[in-house]
Design a protein. Structure first.
Length: 462
């Protein structure tokens, strides 16, 4: 039963995380649409007029009175055209009104408030090009004259206006401002519900985690999820792409691992290369300082040094080195030791008075030489067997351990002498300096991106 409850709880948590991620995605899409609405309003107006009529009130957008009245006057003119039969009847108030409105349009520039300078310039260029004149005022005055409309044809000219001029006039708008002179934006009325949801979900999740885990506090959880604060801000809403992406990735709806790896590849490679070089150089410098100041010697040999366990690492290292020397190294160098011992015994024998007194000939002098070779072989083999047997035998091991301890004490004492330290420490410092220079030189030649690519390949294959 408990297993079933655990599985059900995990299943519910997974689907809840996916639901929250979807809501965060919807909110992000609304935010992006809201940010792009004004720059792309003309596109929405051409392709989806219903959307514009629905969302204009959210941005507190209204048709501009100048351009709206201009379009309405043209519509009235189109309605009167079929009823007009004589030239005198064409000289109506509508055409005079349109010429007057055109003049006011060019002087007042109603497109200025909506920052639609390009639209207004396009409108004037189209009319100038159509009327073949460099003056926008002359172009509009002539276009709305009785003579021109009769000669060019009402239907064709009004069709030009409907296709080329009216959409530009309709794209203009007027935005209401508040008492501070700022444009009114009612998007917060939609966004407030998302903010309340995200705040409540964050607090409930924080409380739930803090109740289940005693090792973290409320504040720790809030700091670890700091990026979710972008969901609560009524400004800089575009930053919600960060928490929305994280929630989508954590919920498993979208795998952003590869995307993040590619996006951060170059910066990560450069920063990792610089950081690793800095860490290595800093580590070597600190080690050099510790060696030069004698801190390493004091830390290794003082009795009351801090230890992470009850094991004396130096003793263990020396013991391990002796094991390797006896069981692995000595068998491999035994022939060399035999040759060395033969040479030493032979040289000692030749320089002795006994050997010099032996008569020449009959091979008598060869007997001591053969004897020295046998002694050297036997002595070397005996020493190796004694060492191996002593290290394996319990009783003999005690004697070996005592010898090792005496060796360690003597070595420690000698290493602490000022004379030895004055000889060894500069050598260690120089060795580390060479290591540092060689490392930096190699790291400069290496391509950090190839190293990062290799690390990413290892991670994917693991």
């Amino acid at each position: 039963m408990q297993k079933y409850n655990t599985s059900y709880s995990s299943f519910s948590q997974t689907w809840w995380n996916k639901l929250v991620a979807i809501i965060a995605l919807i909110n992000l899409l609304l935010v992006l649409f809201n940010l792009s609405y004004l720059p792309l309003r003309d596109v929405y107006l051409r392709n989806s007029p219903f959307l514009v009529s629905f969302y204009d009130p959210v941005k507190s957008i209204e048709p501009h009175p100048y351009t709206e009245r201009y379009i309405h006057t043209v519509d009235l003119l189109e309605q009167q055209i079929p009823k007009i039969e004589t030239e005198a009847a064409l000289k109506t108030k509508l055409l005079e009104n349109l010429r007057e409105q055109s003049t006011n349009l060019l002087i007042e520039d109603p497109f200025l408030a909506a920052n639609k300078f390009g639209t207004f310039a396009k409108l004037k260029r189209r009319m100038q090009y159509h009327m073949d004149t460099l003056s926008a005022k002359q172009a509009f005055d002539r276009f709305w004259s009785i003579e021109y409309l009769q000669n060019a044809g009402f239907d064709s000219e009004l069709s030009f206006f409907e296709r080329k001029i009216k959409p530009l006039l309709a794209a203009n708008y007027y935005r209401n401002v508040d008492e501070n002179g700022l444009f009114i934006d009612n998007f917060w009325r939609i966004d407030i519900y998302f903010i309340i949801f995200f705040v409540c979900e964050f607090l409930i999740r924080t409380f739930s985690i803090a109740r289940k885990r005693n090792d973290v506090s409320w504040w720790d959880i809030i700091l670890r999820n700091w990026y979710e604060g972008f969901l609560f801000l009524p400004f800089w809403r575009w930053l919600r792409i960060v928490p929305a992406s994280v929630k989508l990735h954590k919920s498993g709806l979208v795998d952003l691992e590869q995307t993040l790896a590619q996006v951060t590849h170059e910066p990560a490679a450069y920063l990792a290369h610089r950081a690793s070089m800095f860490i290595m150089v800093q580590l070597i410098n600190q080690t050099q300082d510790a060696i030069a100041s004698g801190e390493v010697t004091r830390a290794l040999f003082k009795k009351d040094r801090i230890e992470v366990n009850e094991v004396d690492e130096l003793d263990v290292i020396i013991d391990r080195v002796l094991q390797l020397s006896i069981y692995k190294v000595l068998p491999k160098v035994q022939p060399n030791l035999e040759d060395l011992l033969r040479h030493s015994l032979r040289k000692t024998l030749k320089s002795s008075n006994f050997y010099q007194a032996l008569p020449e000939g009959l091979g008598i002098k060869m007997i001591p030489m053969e004897l020295t070779e046998q002694i050297a072989d036997s002595l070397t083999q005996t020493v190796y067997e004694v060492l191996a047997a002593s290290y394996a035998d319990t009783e003999a091991r005690k004697l070996v351990d005592e010898s090792i301890k005496n060796f360690q004490r003597a070595l420690r004492k000698e290493l602490q002498s000022e004379k030895i330290q004055s000889e060894l420490l500069p050598l260690l410092v120089d060795l580390l300096e060479e290591l540092k220079l060689n490392y930096v030189q190699r790291s400069v030649k290496q391509d950090p991106t190839s190293t990062l690519a290799e690390a990413e390949e290892i991670r994917q294959n693991s």
